[in-house]
Design a protein around this ligand. Structure first.
Ligand SMILES: [Zn+2]
Length: 256
């Protein structure tokens, strides 16, 4: 049986998401921005929390862990490289590890850049990837602890996932990201279509995620730093992709 997901809002613009295994009843919360919305989501679905899979140590992804663990006695899985900064960790994971949620299995992919130990949980059979703050819909996380080269190679790992992989990210930033992306690739038609689609979803009060890797490859400028037209469009024809990525990221940082 395939995994079921339930997406919900947390804090001001974070997303929480539950992954449920219908076969065993196991349910994982991907990160835990705050406890109350996770509990409300459990109530709404009737699912029982068994695991928390943490992507990285930032407070808006870990603030609810302790309260949830106390209440549900769930297992807390976190990246080994930053486990010391995350509360109540039971199990540390590294690149290539497999994490089970009931009968579901996630591959751990290390994606340093936003933080040095950031990991992504890829449920390959279910075609789902929980990417935290590494990749956003039409965007990527700020490069806070790593450097642009590191972030670019992490994003390439995600870009290499099967095109029909559904991506769940940690924030609703899509429309702001699209506004910026248009300054990099004004004539990208897939991007224009995503803009219309995102506006429609938000007007209906619906989230703009998940998105697929295939869609992102065609419209997300941060996954397109090695596309010659993208480099040329920002006056960097022939420059190494990591440098083009760094320039796009720098422009986004100062974009208003
Ligand atoms: Zn973060």
């Amino acid at each position: 049986m395939l995994a079921e997901t339930h997406l919900f809002k947390c804090l001001s613009d974070n997303y929480g998401v539950l992954v449920h295994d219908p076969e065993s009843g196991a349910t994982a919360s991907i990160d835990a921005p705050e406890a109350a919305p996770v509990e409300a989501a459990l109530k709404a679905t009737g699912w029982k929390l068994t695991d928390i899979l943490v992507t990285h140590h930032h407070g808006d992804h870990t603030g609810g862990i302790e309260a949830l663990k106390t209440k549900y006695k769930c297992r807390v899985v976190a990246p080994a490289k930053e486990a010391a900064k995350i509360p109540a960790v039971d199990e540390m994971v590294r690149e290539g590890d497999t994490v089970k949620v009931g009968t579901l299995a996630a591959n751990v992919i290390e994606t340093p850049g936003h933080t040095l130990g950031h990991v992504v949980y890829w449920f390959h059979k279910d075609k789902l990837a929980f990417v935290g703050d590494t990749l956003f819909s039409i965007g990527c996380g700020r490069v806070i602890e790593g450097d642009p080269e590191m972030m670019w190679s992490s994003l390439k790992k995600l870009r290499d996932l099967p095109t029909d992989t559904e991506i769940f990210c940690g924030h609703e930033y899509t429309t702001a990201n699209i506004k910026f992306a248009k300054t990099i690739e004004a004539s990208n038609r897939v991007l224009a279509a995503r803009d219309t689609e995102a506006q429609q979803e938000l007007a209906k009060g619906r989230p703009t995620i998940p998105v697929t890797i295939g869609e992102e490859k065609q419209a997300n400028p941060f996954l397109r730093a090695d596309v010659p037209e993208v480099a040329a469009g920002i006056g960097m024809a022939g420059k190494p992709a990591a440098q083009v990525f760094a320039e796009i990221r720098a422009r986004k940082n100062s974009f208003k």
